[in-house]
Ligand binder design. Sequence first.
Ligand code: NI
Length: 187
Amino acid sequence: MSILPVYLYGSEVLRTKTQPIAEVSDQTIQLIQDMFATMREASGIGLAANQVGREERLLVVDISDAEENKEAKPLVIINPEILAEDGEAELEEGCLSIPEIRDKVTRAENIRVRFRDANFKKQEIEADGMLARVILHEIDHLDGVLFTDHLSATKRALLKSKLKKISKGEVETKYPVVVVPPPKKKR
Ligand code: NI
């Protein structure tokens, strides 16, 4: 198992829509193991494949660190599809790709999601609370969307200089990070 570098805000891969997986290969299993190792090293509760520079439509979740969720099992979610969203909740979010920034985001409170598990078996899950929140945040990642995209223009303006620093790699983290910006357009 390896700890993979986490791609930071400003990296092209975070804005790239991931591709559905056709089967779980040995490579996929390796990626899943590395993603869990990386997420735990960074004390994260969710991680999407493009956050470690990959293009697979795959995310991992483990919210069992929090006392109230200690019964929660780690989840491997492949090719997720949101079937239903209901209600509304405002919760503070952070992101391993956007260190040191946290803010409140409004999202659905209850969700139903269809996906494939690590055995590529079809699954459906209903989630609310923290679990729903993490899954929605990570599915956003797989579609190239970051939580800061959900903030108001005013809030984003306030965060602009901090985000710029992150995109230059000027941030302290206890886990390995990398920034790979999109290539500059030629005139
Ligand atoms: Ni994130």
